[in-house]
Write a protein that binds this ligand. Sequence first.
Ligand code: GLU
Ligand code: ZN
Length: 493
Amino acid sequence: MSQVRVRFCPSPTGNPHVGMVRTALFNWAFARHMGGKFVFRIEDTDTARDSEESYNDLLDSLRWLGMDWDEGPEIGGPHGPYRQSQRMDIYAEVAAKLLETGHAYKCYCSQEELEERREVARAAGKTPGYDRACRDLSESQIAEYVAQSRAAVVRFRMPDTDFTWVDLVRGEVTFANEHVPDYVIVRATGEPLYTLVNPVDDVLMEITHVLRGEDLLSSTPRQLALYDALKEIGIAKGERPLYGHLPYVMGEGNKKLSKRDPESRLLMYREEGYLPEGLLNYLALLGWSFGEDREFFSKEEMASVFDISRVNANPARFDLKKCTAINGEWIRHIAVEDLAIRLVPFLKEDGVFTNDPTSEQMQKLLAAVPHVQERMETLRQGIGMLGFLFYGDVGSPEFAIEPSEAEKVLTPDALPVLVAAHEALSDLAEWSTESIEDALRVALIENMELKPKLAFGPVRVAVTGRRVSPPLFESLEILGQERSLARILAATK
Ligand code: GLU
Ligand code: ZN
């Protein structure tokens, strides 16, 4: 087989969403597995809906996810440009050739006329597709329409055959001829449509495999027919691409996950602190399986075994809880230094740091990360557990106890506990997790005969501001003796 070439070709409309990312991932993994090329193409021919912002978001998202492309925006390649808005003359030329050779024709029907005739067809129990009224107009009819200044769209002339292909995911698929009308490829304004530009670029960019969502299944017979026409007029040189349609992704209530569902927004995952590794790992499971019941793997590991034949045709279920759990596994898997670095933007965004952390702050963060790594499933969850270490530093807010936590834990009963803890810790010559633990156990558990929760709860809230924190003795050690004592003392006031 010639070299595998696949494409990811989103339209820059609205926010990038997870369905799109899954499609990109499967294409990327296939290209990497086969030693082929992953082509990134931007389908921005719809001027009314496309935006530059969305274009930038797409590039930024793929970069964040670490899916490198071999040809595409910003890096170019032998089949560029890779933004369809920069290829308009190519499409105009192809459309003209299709008209010239009779593979396409101008249709002068108005919207009202089309709708009226569809009504009639429906009433007669027929498929209400385009009735081919303009397929074979006489010269004089055309002249009359032109004289009436009617606008004309360009339609593709579908051959009178059924279309069958062996889908890489679904097996043999057939569309009966009557279900594939002569479809519009160029608007009356001259704007070429997806129906033209997508398959034309697949041909010109020598795409060998089209892996895309099942929602595009009905485009395939049209694109095969167009491919054949392009072959006949010498534009297509190779073989028809092979098609594989990835299963639907279902959301809540067994409805298709929609772009409008919040868990569909890619940005949500970045904002909440999912790792790209975790998100991609989860998305890989939507319709594909690694085998051996393995559910934790990197995208490189996925690529090393990725085989389209293991893509399942049945709808996949999107489960945010599972996605989050896998993300938690990834957080536990990466190195402490790496995790600390990834936490910094979250701590900055939350105002814990106003500048880049100093080396001293970074040391504190590195010391604390192993103690929170087990306790968080998203990076954002780390903020609340780590902020206490830095409050009061230059450029950081003052330390304050969450009022609701204070109310629950720092009750009058807690006062003697805090006083005793302060006294026990003041005398410590060596400030280590062990010495702190020993001192507090003796003072609170042995001498005061308190249950651990009543003994350590008030100390925890006094120094971390919250009931959920990294382990207490380690927290005290990292925070330092002076600050710990000052906070315990302040809580007694
Ligand atoms: N631009 C199209 C979309 O975003 C591409 C579909 C395809 O893969 O053919 O839906
Ligand atoms: Zn017509």
